[in-house]
Design a protein around this ligand. Sequence first.
Ligand code: GLP
Length: 258
Amino acid sequence: MEILIRTNAASVATAAADIISDYAGRGATLGLATGSTPVAMYKELITRYQRGELSFSQCQAFLLDEYIGLPRGHEQSYFATIRREFTHHVDIDDARVYSPDGTAENPDEAGAAYDEAIAAAGGIDIQVLGVGTDGHIGFNEPGSSLSSGTRMKTLHASTISDNARFFDSTSAVPVHVLTQGLGTISRAGHLMLLATGSNKAEAVAALAEGPLSAICPASILQLHPHATVIVDEAAAEQLRHADYYRFTEANKPSWQGH
Ligand code: GLP
C-alpha cells in the first residue's frame, strides 16, 4: 500500500486527478465513487477536460453503490449524483456509465448481474474509494464479508446519520443499499482511496495500520497488490508511520509509476 500525504484537500484532489488522468488516456474502465470526498477530484478532471488536456471518450465507468428504493431520477440517487457531479461534464458516453439498479425487484439478482457486467467489461482498472467514518467502503458496513459480491446491505446508524445532510431528514435516508462487495472491489486492478479531514483520521489509521478485519472493511486494501491511499494532513494525524510514508515518497524511484 502506498500512502501519499498532502497538505490539504485541494492537493489530495490534484494528486488523485493526476492518477485518473493517466488511466483516462488509456481508455480505462473506471470505478467511480460518490460521497463528498472525491468531488474536488472530479472538478479538477472536468477542468482538465475543458482545457482539452484529457478525454474520457474511450472510457467506461462502474459506480460503487446505490440506495435501494430511490428512483434513478431522484437527486440523491447515486445514478443522478455521479452524472451531476462528474460524468455529464466530460465526454464519457452516458450509456457506458453503469450503476447497481436500486429499483430492481430482486436486489440480490441485480447485484449478481452487476458483478457479471463488470466481469464482461473486462474488470475495473482503477477503483476510486472514499471511506466512511466507521471504515466502510462503498456501502460495505462493519461485519461485511471480505469476499462479498455486489449485494444488498443495511446501513449502519452512523452512516445514516453521516448521510442525513443530503436529505430532508434522517428518516428520509434509505436504510437499504446495493453495493459492490469487498470481493468485487478487490478484483479491480488498482484501488485508490481518498480521505480528507480529521473526522476520517481514525478510519484511515484503522484501514492502513490496524488489523485486516471485517470490522474495518477498508482494511481489505492491505490485501491488494496495488493500493494507493491519498490523505491530507488532518486525515493522516493518527498514522503512526506517517514519517515513513513521507520518506518513502520522497525516495520513490523515477521508474515507479502510480
Ligand atoms: C457514502 C458512500 C461511500 C463514501 C462514504 C464517505 O456512504 N457510499 O462511497 O466513501 O459515504 O463519504 P464522504 O466522502 O462524503 O465522507
